[in-house]
Design a protein around this ligand. Structure first.
Ligand SMILES: C[S@@+](CC[C@H](N)C(=O)[O-])C[C@H]1O[C@@H](n2cnc3c(N)ncnc32)[C@H](O)[C@@H]1O
Length: 240
């Protein structure tokens, strides 16, 4: 495992490093999310759901669901929707389970890998992921798997962090993201290493235009993206 989290884990170590890290931060994950995103993260998740363009009563796969925020919000918006959350880290799902609604159907959570989804081809009306791509070892395969399990005409939607390039704001954001986030994350979760890895994991991420090309390369069409929060968040979508 990488001792210095600003030095990212190697490809062979990354999967287990990521799982161990999310296991440690699971208890404080939701709180830190709201703080880091200045309360805007749920609005981005609502945009993801809208861009999934689900039919009433449709099937949604939330890949790397974590504590289930996207899937829960989708079910809240349409109680007839059949959403499923899948994630690599059991502990994240355990905290997600605690948020099951008192009424209505329970959200199924499955432990599994985004790079080998345990579903047949053409199963879902849409698949989405939130803040996952920078944690996987193969972004192209992750998109390909989502495209595989979505029905023809269905959407694949991706929410991710993006490092802004606007002069001035870029430096300010980097100060916040690379210095303040590890400090606050360390204080709140006791896991400063994890909150040092998280911003650093965004560095090798392809720029939004390149991410869109990767989606096209796995066969998705009509690929578009929009930026939010002054260019610090990207939302991509494409159709199978
Ligand atoms: C930053 S959290 C995002 C959780 C949730 N999507 C959200 O919007 O809050 C990233 C999640 O990706 C999961 N993850 C990382 N690599 C994965 C993989 N290969 N397959 C499935 N889940 C993965 C982690 O376990 C973690 O729960």
């Amino acid at each position: 495992m990488a001792k210095n989290p600003s030095v990212l884990p190697s490809t062979s170590e990354k999967r287990s490093y990521v799982r161990q890290m999310f296991t440690k931060i699971a208890p404080r994950y939701d709180l830190m999310n709201r703080l880091m995103a200045l309360g805007r993260d749920q609005a981005w998740r609502r945009t993801v759901i809208r861009l999934c363009a689900l039919p009433t009563g449709g099937r949604l796969l939330d890949v790397a669901t974590g504590t289930g925020d996207i899937a829960y919000e989708a079910q809240r918006q349409d109680p007839t929707l059949r959403a499923v959350g899948i994630d690599l880290t059991r502990e994240m799902l355990v905290y997600g389970q605690e948020k099951q609604p008192a009424v209505g159907p329970a959200l199924p959570f499955i432990e599994g890998d985004a790079l080998a989804l345990p579903f047949a081809d053409d199963t879902f009306d849409a698949a989405c992921s939130g803040f996952m791509m920078r944690n996987v070892v193969d972004i192209r395969s992750a998109f390909a798997e989502q495209a595989r399990v979505v029905k023809p005409g269905g959407r694949v939607v991706c929410l991710e962090i993006s490092l802004p390039s606007t002069p001035g704001f870029s430096q300010l954001f980097r100060l916040y993201f690379f210095k303040l986030v590890p400090l606050i994350g360390g204080l709140i979760s006791g896991q400063r290493e994890a909150y040092t890895y998280l911003p650093n994991s965004a560095v090798p991420l392809p720029r939004p235009a390149a991410l869109a090309k990767t989606m096209e390369a796995v066969g998705l069409r009509d690929v578009h993206y929009r930026m939010a929060m002054l260019g610090t968040v990207s939302i991509h979508w494409g159709t199978k």
